[in-house]
Design a protein around this ligand. Structure first.
Ligand code: FAD
Length: 509
């Protein structure tokens, strides 16, 4: 790096939740970090509905939980859904205990939330530079050794680093240099969203919940961002994109008309037409996963690596959780202590992030499956797309795991993957239908089609335990630090978090 303008231990590309988080955790381990963000904060971003693990896990570990709690964001106790067989909305709560201190999240204006995280990174010693755009990677042989960027004055500069973390989001230019982006065939939607003043609220204690409502052309999100402001988005089939571009306003009005509950909730509302919330925005949220999450000297974190449909509000959780895992891999590799190779550290990262992503993928496929509306184009098309996804080996392989380790295995292709998960959608539908329904569902999984390899019966309990175990671990770390019980590796010979949570450690025998 001698010929470069400046030298750092780590350079982070992008100041969203993934970028602020990885930069902070690396700086907390005592390293010199540069973060380049092309915009000036506060800036608008979508992804406003959070999960508890982000608040009580990551934000707590970052030392920013109290600031977030004081910021006046609406408290989210769970999600309310007009979805599935029931015509009435039903509510999912994060916890069953009334006084659970970890049973809530928040709905956040991302302009404010991301700014809090970025300022916190600065306080942790990260050299944060806004208005700085990354232009490309610098290599020594195959290895990334620095970056080229344009500074706030428009001058091109270079900086060297031992590791570069790409957190530049869904438009990442770095991801294609690390691997290939593979798309889901199932989750290929387009979202149209805007902001409204004085829309209705769900009755307490659900007034801070996200409301998701299926309707013939897709589904709506309805997210309360303050007492009066609401984020409203329609997720529809991607072939509606042309019509939306022609007239967003007309399209939005017709979707609202199609969806009685949203129409009712907005009957008292006016759309915001000024300021950062004053325009309709469109996002094509094709769901994707990169074939590789790291290469020598560089790692993809957050949306840069993978993204999955937003109905479960998993984006910021996956971004910040993956950022913590990546920080461990970077911090451990920077130690040079020969206990673990760089490859082991980053393979652990990739395995764990892919696994967490895969859990949400499975959950979402089942969740869409439970909303069957034969009379609607969008929902009947999901059936065809589901069939296509069953043949989408390339994508499902990335989600089901390509690890050499024995969990989760990808044997028998995408077909087998889905065969093993028969009954999950029905399980969901029955859980929602009421108490006692759970046993009924697992006792009678939907039969697998005859040509599929013999399915392993879907075990919902085991799945749900696996789904929440990482989150529980994260919250234990935030709560107890070094005093928490010893972690077990996810796979034989896998790594575990160090006592301080900032590094990887070899699991005790
Ligand atoms: P980003 O938040 O995209 O941040 C990337 C940053 O990098 C940006 O600030 C950008 O300016 C910067 N950048 C980009 N290129 C460069 C460059 N060349 N140089 C320097 N800086 C650069 N998630 C949820 O948790 N809840 C939700 O309810 C939710 N709803 C969603 C709805 C839709 C329709 C979509 C599409 C997504 C939704 N998400 C949701 C997902 C969420 O938006 C993302 O997962 C999350 O923002 C990812 O964080 P990130 O830090 O990886 O990337």
């Amino acid at each position: 790096g001698g010929s470069m303008d400046e030298a750092f231990d780590v350079i982070v590309l992008g100041g969203g939740p993934a970028g602020s988080t990885v930069a902070s955790f690396v700086a907390m381990a005592g390293h010199r970090v540069l973060l380049l963000e092309k915009e000036r904060f506060p800036r608008h971003q979508i992804g406003e509905s959070l999960l508890p693990a982000t608040i009580h896990g990551i934000c707590s570990l970052l030392g920013v939980k109290e600031e977030i709690e004081r910021s006046g964001f609406p408290r989210k106790n769970g999600g309310t859904f007009r979805w599935g067989k029931s015509a009435d909305p039903w509510t999912f709560r994060f916890t069953k205990q009334a006084n659970d201190p970890y049973g809530h999240a928040y709905q956040v204006e991302r302009a404010k939330f991301d700014d809090i995280l970025l300022r916190n990174a600065r306080r942790k010693g990260v050299d944060v530079r806004e208005g700085h755009e990354t232009l490309g990677m610098l290599y020594e042989g195959e290895r990334v050794v620095g970056v080229r960027f344009r500074d706030a004055e428009g001058k091109e500069r270079t900086a060297s680093a031992r590791y570069v973390a790409d957190t530049s989001g869904h438009k990442s230019h770095v991801a294609p240099t690390v691997g290939q982006r593979v798309f889901s065939k199932f989750f290929q939607n387009v979202a149209l969203y805007g902001y409204y003043e004085h829309g209705k609220r769900l009755p307490a204690p659900n007034s801070g919940n996200i409301l998701c409502a299926a309707f013939p052309s897709g589904w709506f999100w309805y997210i309360p961002l303050s007492d009066t402001l609401t984020s409203v988005g329609a997720v529809v089939a991607k072939d509606a994109a042309g019509r939306i571009r022609e007239s967003a306003d007309e399209a939005m009005r017709s979707y609202i008309d199609e969806c009685p509950i949203i129409r009712d909730y907005l009957s008292t509302a006016t759309r915001v037409t000024e300021g950062i919330y004053g325009e309709y925005r469109i996002r094509k949220d094709y769901s994707y996963c990169n074939t590789r999450f790291w290469a020598p000297g560089v790692v993809l974190v957050g949306d840069a690596a993978c993204f999955i449909d937003p109905v479960f509000s998993s984006g910021v959780h996956l971004a910040t959780y993956s950022a913590m895992l990546a920080a461990r891999s970077i911090n451990t590799s920077l130690l040079d202590d020969e206990l673990m190779t760089e490859e082991e550290c980053f393979e652990e990262y990739e395995f764990r992030y892919r696994r967490e992503f895969g859990k949400f993928y499975q959950f979402l496929i089942a969740f869409y499956d439970m909303n069957q509306d034969e009379s609607s184009y969008f929902w009947s098309a999901r059936k065809i797309l589901n069939t296509e996804e069953r043949d989408n080996d390339a994508f499902v392989r990335l989600v089901a795991g390509i690890s050499e380790a024995d969990e989760p295995l990808f044997e028998g292709g995408a077909d087998r993957f889905f065969a093993d998960r028969q009954g999950f959608g029905a399980y969901f539908a029955d859980v929602v239908a009421g108490p006692g329904a759970e046993e009924k569902a697992s006792a009678a999984p939907r039969p697998a089609a005859a040509h599929r390899p013999d399915p392993v019966k879907f075990d919902a309990d085991k799945f749900m335990q696996g789904f929440t175990s990482e989150v529980a671990q994260l919250q234990l770390l935030a709560l107890m630090g070094e005093r928490r019980p010893k972690e077990r590796p996810l796979v034989p010979n896998g790594l575990v978090a160090s006592g301080d949570g900032l590094h990887w450690a070899v699991a005790p025998e």
